[in-house]
Ligand binder design. Structure first.
Ligand SMILES: [Zn+2]
Length: 63
């Protein structure tokens, strides 16, 4: 299973122009931190991190 989540919309402005956030390291190498994205619309960089699995909600049967 791929643990890298791909956001489709910016959580801040709702725009869809998201790119992997690239950072230049000390040795000049360009890397993309795990789960880091940047929005080209509002110019925010953020990360998407899965915290773990949750229990399936019990819907209480038929409604
Ligand atoms: Zn945005």
């Amino acid at each position: 299973m791929n643990s890298r989540a791909t956001p489709y919309l910016c959580p801040y402005c709702g725009d869809g122009d998201l790119r992997p956030h690239e950072v230049e390291g000390e040795d000049g190498e360009i890397t993309s931190p795990h789960g880091a994205w940047e929005c080209r619309s509002c110019l925010r960089a953020f990360t998407v991190k899965m915290l773990g699995m949750i229990a399936r909600p019990n819907l209480g049967g038929e409604r």
